[in-house]
Write a protein of this length. Structure first.
Length: 754
């Protein structure tokens, strides 16, 4: 039996390939081509022409993958250099394309389900955004901690619904960096960040066509095509998807399509490489994000609990439409064997329309006021509409050099980055009595009310956010020791105009962040490490005296032990850390009456231990395990929350995924996988009134490599998550704002490759 090599894409931040051999990719599948059929047909012909010139292609088609997937060996996002994972003094997780396909991943929340320290889908099922927490802090779309190819997605106000969320079919890998990463990226939450790495052209690439159909009747068709010139000076790739159909939530369908072309040019005797990337994505339909009452979800109401497909909006009103387009490049020039220059740049445009009918209630209500239903079944509602758009430019320039000073080898990185986002947001509320559009939560009868004529502006903002940063990093090797030192100076500017009052606020901040780490490499594969890192986040608003706030800052100490077994593929990481966030906004003790001024004397803390492994202990068996223990505390607070637990921070989380591929005999090529995930109880508010129960979920996968069908190879798969269809609450932010997690999801996939 021949083992198929893996083909990780070039990491966006470190363009050199992780492994040199091209490999077949695990793809997905769908039901029909629809508008993309012509593009697929044209690309397939080009791909076949290219493949015929590649003598290795037939051998790859004949091979059978021994393992479901292999673990990453290097990481680009953590250091912006091509550094082995074992040498990085930080806990990082890399989810490769092969793993995403084996587990049936369709979004970023699903990709991070088996990652220690990460709480995915932290605000329930939501097809609008990627919402996850890392080490107790928001690291998703609303926290603007999600990167694409090392460049930040557009950042808006936390009150804006205009967010980006990229389809994961166009991703080669997902990198989860835990702890502060401001030294290389600037303003970030202290818990960590996610870097999504796009698919880019590769020589000898397999052509893939994927068909999918899920249990809700939603179908998807996707393709991944590419080719190269005879001398491999020009490579191209075209990735696309079309999906349409119902979702878990009643009266809510979702249509999405995207197309992402890219091309790589090599010149100057292959010393220079330019990759051009573009993407256009469109979402149409409803939002799966549902505002549900605490009664009927966390605690029973008159008739018990609500089903998790309940829709309490208005079918004629609720909608989430969004358009995203990006255009950019990745450039690398190798001056010589030791010095090179990299530049990444991208423009991102996002515009959206969001309309929702939700429960009418108050936030932060004490437990005695959580019963907001009339007669235990009738919910008063309100209607809102939000329109937003943003344009973001990001640029990252860096020079990397390798040299030695005596016995110490250096990899020196110096860089300059710049990002600017212009965004607008208009929020309106319907001037309709909440009782006039009340609804029975157990037997919804929709009013089909036309809210448009009653809308009145609630918030109208135009803002420009800008950041400039200079950073320097030195990775040193002395014998078996590896040292990392880094520092960065940032300047930020937030220019906000309230278009309702014409009041303008200008906030300027600067911040220095640093990090240091050390790792020792034992010959037996053990690598203990110790690190310190800092973060900062600028914040808007004004103090009582009219001055602006300082950035919110974070610090973390982390110690850990990494182990790379010598006899098998994979890595196990044990880490412990203490993470503090300072300058947190809290109530001004001088407030009187209805005053709501704030001061920056708040502080929160998270202490944790994480154990995570991705390993292949034997041929055909892949194991992913993650255990997390966190202890969170509000250290200082003027709102009466001192000593309480932080929101959405479970004390325990655990996950285990096993995947086995039959190695020989008549069942060779048959793969089976199964997983279990546990999340301990959490709180949805700092007052610790909104208690969210723990939950346990089960996942499974079945796939079969059917071999060659004509000139193509056929792979079949069936993936299911939350097998028991467990009803569970992800979190609550108010008595009328609770959010169910994803119910049972079953997806059938057929993939053709050639």
């Amino acid at each position: 039996m021949q083992i198929s090599p893996l083909t990780p894409s070039p990491a966006a931040l470190a363009p050199s390939r992780l492994r040199s051999a091209p490999t077949p990719r695990r793809g997905g599948q769908v039901r029909r081509l629809l508008p993309l059929l012509l593009a697929v047909t044209w690309g397939s012909a080009a791909g076949q022409s290219s493949a015929s010139a590649d003598a290795n292609a037939p051998q790859m088609l004949e091979s059978i993958t021994v393992n479901a997937y292999r673990t990453a060996e290097t990481i680009g996002g953590s250091t912006k250099t091509d550094t082995p994972l074992l040498e990085v003094p930080q806990s990082v997780s890399v989810i490769e394309r092969e793993e995403m396909d084996a587990r049936g991943v369709s979004n970023l929340n699903e990709a991070t389900r088996y990652t220690a320290g990460v709480l995915p889908e932290s605000q329930g099922i939501d097809n609008r955004v990627d919402d996850l927490y890392i080490r107790g802090f928001d690291a998703g779309s609303f926290g603007t901690n999600v990167m694409l190819d090392g460049l930040r997605a557009p950042s808006d106000s936390n009150l804006s619904w205009n967010r980006s969320s990229f389809n994961t079919w166009n991703l080669e890998r997902v990198e989860v960096l835990k702890g502060p990463s401001s030294v290389l990226y600037g303003q970030l939450a202290p818990g960590g960040m996610v870097n999504q790495v796009s698919k880019t052209p590769e020589a000898g690439q397999l052509q893939t066509l994927r068909f999918q159909l899920d249990a809700h009747g939603r179908h998807q068709t996707a393709f991944d095509l590419g080719g190269d010139s005879e001398n491999e000076k020009l490579l191209w790739r075209l990735v696309g998807l079309y999906g349409d159909g119902d979702t878990q939530i009643k009266h809510t369908d979702h249509q999405q399509w995207f197309i992402a072309p890219s091309a790589t040019l090599r010149f100057n005797d292959n010393r220079s490489r330019l990759t051009l990337l573009g993407m256009l994505q469109r979402d149409r339909g409803g939002s799966t994000f549902q505002f549900l009452p605490y009664e009927g979800t966390v605690i029973p109401a008159a008739d018990g609990y609500l089903d998790h497909d309940t829709f309490l909006g208005e079918p004629d009103w609720n909608v989430y439409n969004r358009d995203i387009w990006t255009a950019g490049w990745q450039f690398e020039h190798q001056f010589n064997d030791n010095w090179k220059f990299n530049q990444n740049a991208r423009h991102t445009h996002v515009d959206s329309l969001y309309r929702a009918t939700v429960g009418n209630g108050v936030r932060g209500a004490p437990l005695t006021q959580l019963r907001t239903l009339v007669n235990g079944r009738t919910l008063n509602r309100r209607a809102v509409q939000g329109e937003g758009d943003s344009d973001a430019q990001t640029l990252d320039n860096r020079i990397e050099g390798k040299f030695a000073t005596g016995a110490v080898s250096h990899t020196l990185l110096t860089g300059f980055d710049w990002q600017k986002t212009n965004w607008t947001f208009l929020r309106k509320a319907a001037q309709v009595s909440p009782t006039a559009i009340a609804i029975d939560i157990y037997n919804p009868v929709y009013t089909h009310y036309d809210f448009a004529p009653t809308l009145a502006p609630q918030m109208s903002t135009r803002e420009t956010d800008e950041q400039v940063g200079l950073y320097l990093q030195d990775q040193m090797a002395l014998g078996k020791w590896r040292f990392t030192l880094g520092g960065r100076q940032d300047w930020t500017r937030i220019d906000t105009l309230d278009r309702l009052t014409q009041r303008r606020t200008l906030t300027k901040n600067d911040a220095f962040t640093g990090r240091a780490g050390a790792t020792y490499l034992f010959d037996n594969g053990l690598a203990p490490y110790l690190s310190y890192a800092e973060s900062f986040q600028p914040t808007g608003g004004l103090k009582r005296d009219g001055s602006t706030f300082k950035p919110v800052t974070g610090t973390q100490w982390e110690a850990g032990l990494k182990y790379e077994p010598l006899g098998s593929d994979g890595m196990i990481t044990l880490s412990t850390y203490e993470l503090n966030q300072q300058n947190v906004l809290t109530a001004d003790p001088e407030n009187q009456g209805d005053e709501a001024y704030q001061v920056q004397t708040g502080k929160v803390r998270v202490r944790g231990v994480e154990l995570e492994g991705r390993i292949t202990p034997m041929r055909g068996l892949s194991v992913i395990g993650a255990v997390t223990r966190m202890s969170s505390k509000v250290v200082r607070n003027n709102d009466g929350y001192t000593g309480n637990r932080m929101t959405r921070v479970p004390e325990w989380m655990g996950a285990l995924w096993l995947d086995y591929t039959v190695q020989g005999g008549p069942l060779a090529g048959l793969g089976m996988g199964g997983g279990v995930r546990y999340v301990d109880e959490t709180y949805g508010d700092l007052a610790n009134h909104l208690r969210i129960p723990s939950y346990t979920l089960f996942d499974a996968a079945l796939r079969y490599d059917a071999g060659k069908v004509g000139n193509m190879r056929l792979n079949l798969a069936l993936n299911a998550s939350n097998l028991a269809d467990k009803r569970y609450v992800a979190t609550c932010t108010a008595a009328t704002s609770c959010y169910y997690g994803t119910g049972r999801s079953v997806m059938a996939t057929a993939r053709l490759s050639w």
